[in-house]
Design a binder for this molecule. Structure first.
Ligand code: 2AM
Ligand code: CA
Ligand code: CA
Ligand code: CA
Length: 261
């Protein structure tokens, strides 16, 4: 697929930051780690990756705004466009030597995500999408799964860590969903959960209490792969409220019924 100039900038930035993360991952025991809260870590690797991404993305588009997990928010000269970046999604996996983490880059224009990149450097899987142009992984077009039976479907979520207040709600969801489906997975990277729904590996995904940088890129990739994406509370907004339910169209209503009750 021939992408726009912005998409090429995003992919190049992700590859560059990915090379740094792979080096850090091989020597993960030497990384300096700080604890932001219970079960909430940040390392040199997160900070270096974010620095590389900022240099690449803001260097190429200096008028855009910036929102990233570790470095906060900056308004741009152009108030309509903003990069939304998670330099390392799945830090806990990364720090434990588990090869399941990703870089997430979304581009917002007038409140809508118009391009998204989720890159898994350990598996060399580059997931990307542009609004109206479909979703891709490396050279392959992505399409959500076609499964329509709950008993054949698997769903991903994130289990609240460090005493997060959404634990009872998530346990209630699991109590309703697990008896009627083929399984629930919890791998610890929201960005990859979304990319895997787009790739048809999971049939659906839901989670609460996320941030815009976890979701921005992945939600567009799911939509462009033909999936449905909604806020858990139908009256809410995915990016503003940080809660999401998504899946293939055939399974969505039964899946949403199990989760929303
Ligand atoms: P992070 O690695 O960028 O912080 C949803 O599960 C999200 O929660 C993940 O994408 C992850 O993003 C974040 N998270 C933070 N701390 C976590 C932890 N201890 N376990 C799992 N996810 C965590
Ligand atoms: Ca984090
Ligand atoms: Ca994250
Ligand atoms: Ca992160």
């Amino acid at each position: 697929m021939v992408g726009s100039a912005n998409l090429n900038i995003m992919i190049k930035a992700a590859r560059k930051a990915g090379r740094g993360l792979i080096k850090d991952f091989r020597e993960v025991e030497n990384l300096q780690v700080s604890v932001k809260g219970a079960g909430d870590f940040v390392s040199r690797a997160d900070l270096n990756a974010e620095k590389t991404l900022k240099e690449e993305l803001m260097g190429a588009r200096p008028t855009y705004g910036w929102l990233a997990e570790e470095g906060g928010e900056e308004a741009g000269q152009d108030p309509t466009r903003r990069w939304i970046v998670d330099p390392l999604d799945g830090t806990t996996n990364f720090l434990h030597g588990l090869p399941h983490w990703a870089i997430s880059i979304g581009l917002e224009h007038k409140g809508q995500i118009v391009a998204g990149v989720v890159f898994d450097p350990a598996k060399d899987e580059m997931f990307f999408a542009e609004k109206g142009a479909g979703a891709w992984m490396n050279e392959s077009r992505l399409r959500v799964s076609g499964r329509s039976r709950m008993i054949e479907s698997i769903f991903a979520t994130g289990l609240p860590f460090g005493g997060r207040s959404d634990l009872p709600a998530t346990l209630k969801d699991l109590g309703r969903l697990m008896p009627v489906c083929a399984g629930v997975r919890r791998w610890g990277s929201a960005a990859l959960d979304l990319a895997y729904v787009a790739a048809g590996r999971y049939d659906g995904y839901w989670e609460r209490r996320l941030n815009a940088w976890d979701l921005a890129a992945g939600l567009l990739i799911v939509k462009e792969a033909g999936g449905l994406v909604e806020p858990l509370d139908p009256a809410g907004d995915v990016l503003e409220n940080g809660e999401i339910i998504c899946g293939n169209e055939a399974i969505f209503s039964n899946f949403a019924k199990a989760i929303r009750g």
